[in-house]
Design a protein around this ligand. Structure first.
Ligand code: ARG
Length: 400
């Protein structure tokens, strides 16, 4: 008796996920393996990947285009939430996992599979994101995780694959472990494991080295409607084109590099390098626009929830009830977040240098130090007296 009859496997074309195919069949008695490769704008050619799955023993090899959904249903809400894990990482990898999980579950339901599978190991966050998302979407599906259990080294994995006709990687494999999609690249391992070592320039692909960036700054005007970026420099863009263009613009100026030590859910600290040009700039611009249109208490309260939101996404709880409830809150806050932010890109730095909105509650008449000043200075006196009263009384009692 096998662990499952028919399995839909998340497939990337790499050695590990390829080896999962014969492993599921020969070690775990799975009768039929259907692979699913998700196109999330990672830039890999998918036709050879589709072919490779069939050659590795898959009965059906699915390629699903999810780029637009990825941007509109996953990246945009995260931008509205200004989601930065540990204040830095805009969750480019973490956001992809719940979407891939959804594709797996939908394929399993369509093809009548009794399980889904992925090739994550036991040390990362992605296993959590897949397992928990799948459980949330269809708690009856089994999740098979060969790479978490097989205990083979890299060499053993390659040798196992060769037994079943899976060719060993031709080019000397990169020392880095890289995950990429339209939103960015995450790079770890190799020399990066030394937290003191500066990342070599070769790890970067989407961002230009500062030494080679233009000597003139570029300006980009980013327009938002209800918290969603819709136009660049006055030209409307569809969601995918907007991210693509923004990656290009910011990347050219070396903007969007992150080098951090992060805390994984499984308790391990890891050193990660990210390149997320578009996402980093869009969150910065979005947050800036919010500062113009939201009341102080709403702005400040939202900030505290943003941290929770980012943590939930990082920790695989995209489909959790708390995340859903936060979504409702965040959507409500975005009703007036429409307007334009002017961002300056220069030598690896992005700065919001201008902002405007029909919903602005910034009042020049109140803010000005000039003669137009409408602020009632006399009212301040009584306000400050009342505001400071508890402190005054406390101080008086302390002096006795
Ligand atoms: N640490 C990031 C996360 O958990 C990215 C991991 C991506 N994988 C990689 N091989 N770099 O979301």
């Amino acid at each position: 008796m096998g662990r499952a009859k028919k399995v839909v496997l998340a497939y990337s074309g790499g050695v590990d996920t390829s080896v999962c195919i014969p492993y599921l069949q020969h070690e775990w008695g799975v009768e039929e393996v259907i692979t699913l490769a998700a196109d999330l704008g990672q830039g890999d050619e998918l036709a050879p990947i589709k072919e490779k799955a069939l050659n590795s023993g898959a009965s059906i090899s699915l390629v699903v285009d999810g780029i637009e959904t990825f941007v509109t249903d996953y990246a945009f809400p995260a931008i509205q939430a200004n989601a930065l894990y540990e204040n830095q990482y805009p969750l480019s990898t973490a956001l992809a996992r719940p979407l891939i999980a959804k594709m797996l579950v939908e394929a399993a339901e369509e093809y009548g599979a009794d399980a889904v599978a992925h090739g994550c190991t036991g040390k990362g966050n992605d296993q959590v994101r897949f397992d928990v998302s799948i459980a949330a979407l269809n708690p009856n599906l089994k999740v098979l995780t060969p790479a978490r259990e097989w205990g083979m080294s890299r060499e053993e994995t390659i040798a196992y694959g060769e037994k079943y006709g899976i060719p060993a990687p031709v080019k000397k494999s990169s020392p880095y472990s890289i995950d990429k999609n339209l939103l960015g690249r995450a790079i770890e391992a190799g020399v990066l494991e030394d937290p003191w070592a500066e990342p070599p320039e070769e790890v970067y692909e989407m961002t230009t080295a500062i030494a080679d960036t233009p000597d003139e700054p570029a300006y980009v005007e980013i327009s938002f409607e209800k918290g969603i970026p819709v136009a660049l420099n006055g030209t409307a863009y569809d969601p995918v084109a907007l991210i693509t263009e923004m990656n290009q613009l910011a990347g050219q100026h070396g903007v969007g590099r992150i080098d951090m030590i992060e805390n994984r859910l499984v308790g391990i600290k890891s050193r990660e390098i990210y390149e997320t040009p578009a996402l980093s700039v869009l969150i910065q611009a979005h947050r800036d626009l919010e500062s113009l249109v939201l009341t102080p208490d709403l702005s400040q309260y939202k900030r505290t929830l943003e941290e929770t939101y980012a943590k939930l996404v990082y920790n695989g709880q995209w489909y959790s009830p708390l995340k859903e409830a936060l979504d409702a809150f965040i959507q409500k806050t975005q009703e007036r977040v429409s307007g334009t932010v002017r961002v300056k890109l220069f030598k690896g730095l992005s700065s919001a240098v201008g902002r405007k909105s029909a919903n602005s509650i910034y009042s020049p008449d109140l803010a000005t130090y000039g003669a137009e000043d409408k602020f009632d200075h006399k009212a301040a006196e009584g306000f400050v007296y009342v505001w400071g009263l508890p402190t005054r009384v406390w101080a008086e009692v302390g002096r006795q």
